[in-house]
Ligand binder design. Sequence first.
Ligand code: NAD
Length: 482
Amino acid sequence: MNFPTTQDGLYINGQWSSGDQHLRVINPVTEALLTTVNGGEERAVDQALNAATQALVQWSNTTGAERGALLRRIAAGVRAARERLMHLQSSNNGKPLFEAAIDVDDVVATFEYYAELAEGLDARQDSPLALPSDDFRARLRREPCGVVGLIVPWNFPMVTTAWKLAPALAAGCCVVLKPSEVTPLPELELASIIAECGLPHGVFNLICGTGLAVGAPLATDPRVAKISFTGSNAVGVQVMQRAAETVKGVSLELGGKSSLLVLADADLELAVELACGGGFFNAGQMCSATSRVLVADELADEFLQRLKTRAEAIRVADPFDPDVEMGALVNQAQYQRVLGHIDRGLSAGATLVCGGQRPAHLPRGYFLQPTVFTDVPVDSELWCEEIFGPVLCVRRFTSLEQAIALANDSRFGLVASVVNRDTEVAEQVANALQAGLVWINAPQVIFPQAAWGGYKQSSMGRELGPWGLAAFQEIKHVVRAV
Ligand code: NAD
């Protein structure tokens, strides 16, 4: 794929332009420069917020059906650009092309789902509320919360964006989107698609730039009614602190340290496949990575042997290689961060089962072998902190109570997986886990209809489903004396 040397990084009020911030976009496979994106800073945020504030007057008064039609047009535009978007995802992020296809299809499904919810809003608007008095009548309105700032990370570009953008537009909000400075290319292409869909100018604005230059002013500005943020806990806390000054609404999707529980009655082959999927999909750079694997003691030796064999056979390769199973990590900083975790895990006394190094056949690029540790001390960084790389930590358990306690012993609570043939037991374990989403004998399937988000420090609020739409709505009651 050929990239222009420099690209406009601002889409404000229906116009493309270049800012003064030069963001170097790196190819994670070659470590070479892909392109430079000219992003913005505070002045661009000011312009975008002016445009969004003006556009809100009309956009917030459109019908749900009108907004639904535009969302369907965006979904169709994304579907038509599927191949190009897949290539951009893989080129910029390093993920295999087949994973990028899943991402693009998710974006289409999300826009279609929220088109449907937007269309359903008109019939529900002004619904009567039963009151315990005949002297009053009350009606309920769901109104957009205003101009919203969307800040997203680099691990699932476009997907995290769609989970915010589609419900925000469906609700009638105007948007300023800040993609990750590491992976702006898929969002730039998405913005080009949206630009062709006939949204009124100013309804959707995009500003590429760093967190401090763009994200921080967005989180601070009083014109922003709500910030929806996905990223690290450290930055999420900063966003919340800034937003507190003007009492903005805040939704946060943050980190995870999730568990896969292999119970005594598990199908071992399935357990190994799900452990690899939960640990190595997207090179493990997933908030939902099930990086803690808890195995019933009686299965543990056999499971570890099979997991080692499977992990060592995973084909780490260029994302465009037709046989690739795992691609590259996103950039040098993330690569070094993961290697640091591996080193410190070894120093803490964990036993390396396999991996831990650059694959010998890939001398360049941010490639790492699928890595498995066992005997990981429960107070070690490896066990407690999010690694965000292809690293699994396996521990044994001797009772269900112990497994549940080990899984719940975390400041995070995003997701969990349970593997067991006896699904009644698996369902009971699912009920006991502190996680927003639990899969039983299933890979990490995500439906736009179901909620996304977790317990404890993983999230504040929920995305997707009707909860994702409600996150961008205000509730108004009008009560009239009769
Ligand atoms: P990050 O927190 O470094 O950055 C996320 C976004 O915030 C980027 O766009 C960045 O530019 C911006 N940002 C940075 N500093 C900012 C500031 N001071 N004010 C406002 N914005 C700022 O995260 P990352 O490294 O891009 O992504 C990895 C993290 O994202 C992981 O912790 C992962 O768990 C989390 N994540 C969570 C979910 C979820 O759904 N829970 C999904 C994907 C990723």
